[in-house]
Design a protein. Structure first.
Length: 266
C-alpha cells in the first residue's frame, strides 16, 4: 500500500512487517497524518457480527485493503486462559470466545485483523489503514487521536524526529508499568523490545529503571489528583500540595517523552 506523504514512507522491516520512517527532520507538534476511517464499529462490543456488518458495506477494493493489514492470529493457546468464569455474562462470554478463537486461529480473520489494528473512535473503534502501519514503542515519538472536529484520525510527532528515524506510537497507556504493558501487547501477538522493556529495571543506571520509577510515581500522583480535577478543580486548588503535585506530574510526563493529551490534561 503506497501513500503520498511528505513526512514519512512505509518500509518493510525484517521480522516486523512494515513500519513508518521519516523522510526529513520533523519538529514536535507536526501533524503527519489525517485519515478517514475505512471500517467503523460504533459500539464497543466488537463481536463477529458487528465487524461483519461493517465489512459487508465496504467495496471489493476496500475489503482487499482490509486484508492487507497485520493480523495477530497464530498464537499459542497455552499462553491464554483455558476457561471463562461462570460469572461472566453471555454477551461478554461470546466476545471473549470469538476474539480468543481469532487469536489462536491459523489464518487471518475479520476479528484478528480488527483487534490488532483498530483505534478508538467516539464510543467504538475504527480501522485506519495508513495509521495502522505505525509500529509500537513504549516511549514513542508520535501519538494518535481521533479528531472529531475534522472527522479524521490524526497522528502528530510529539518528540523531534530526525531524517530516517522510525516513527512509533504507543499502543498502551504511557504510565502503565512493564508487567501491564506486556499483558496489553500480548493481545497484539508480540513482546516489546524497546529500551523501557528489555533494560534491567533493577540497575539504577538504565533507562528502563528510570522509566519504571517515573511511571510508578505518575500512577501514584494520578490516583491522588484525579478526583480533584475537572469539575472539582477549585476544591483541589485550595489544598496546599495540589498544584505542586500537578507540576510534578507535568515534569515527569515530559521526562518520559509523553506529550500526549495526558500532559495537556494535567
Amino acid at each position: 500500500m503506497r501513500l503520498a506523504n511528505e513526512y514519512y514512507e512505509i518500509r518493510a522491516i525484517e521480522g516486523k512487517g512494515y513500519g513508518c520512517f521519516s523522510l526529513k527532520p520533523i519538529k514536535r507538534g507536526t501533524r503527519i497524518l489525517a485519515e478517514d476511517p475505512l471500517l467503523i464499529v460504533p459500539v464497543a462490543h466488537y463481536l463477529q457480527s458487528d465487524i461483519q456488518k461493517a465489512f459487508d458495506r465496504l467495496s471489493p477494493e476496500q475489503q482487499r485493503l482490509y486484508f492487507t493489514l497485520h493480523s495477530g492470529h497464530g498464537q499459542d493457546p497455552k499462553n491464554w486462559p483455558s476457561r471463562i468464569h461462570e460469572s461472566v455474562d453471555p454477551l461478554e462470554r461470546q466476545r471473549i470466545q470469538e476474539q480468543h478463537n481469532a487469536r489462536v486461529g491459523t489464518e487471518p480473520s475479520l476479528i484478528s485483523i480488527f483487534q490488532t489494528n483498530c483505534m478508538e473512535m467516539n464510543k467504538g473503534a475504527a480501522i485506519f489503514p495508513h495509521a495502522a502501519r505505525f509500529n509500537h514503542c513504549c516511549n514513542p515519538n508520535a501519538c494518535f487521536t481521533w479528531n472529531e472536529a475534522i472527522g479524521k484520525e490524526t497522528i502528530h510527532v510529539m518528540n523531534d524526529v530526525s531524517a530516517g528515524e522510525h516513527i512509533t506510537l504507543s499502543y498502551c497507556d504511557m504510565i502503565h508499568d512493564k508487567i501491564l504493558r506486556s499483558w496489553e501487547l500480548k493481545h497484539y501477538g508480540f513482546a516489546c523490545d524497546c529500551r523501557a522493556c528489555i533494560g534491567d529495571e533493577d540497575d539504577e543506571s538504565t533507562f528502563a529503571h528510570q522509566s519504571a520509577e517515573r511511571r510508578f510515581r505518575l500512577q501514584e500522583l494520578e490516583r491522588e489528583t484525579r478526583g480533584l480535577r475537572g469539575t472539582k478543580l477549585e476544591e483541589g486548588a485550595e489544598r496546599d500540595d495540589f498544584v505542586k503535585k500537578l507540576l510534578e506530574m507535568a515534569a515527569l510526563h515530559q521526562k518520559e517523552g509523553d506529550f500526549t493529551a495526558r500532559l495537556a490534561n494535567v
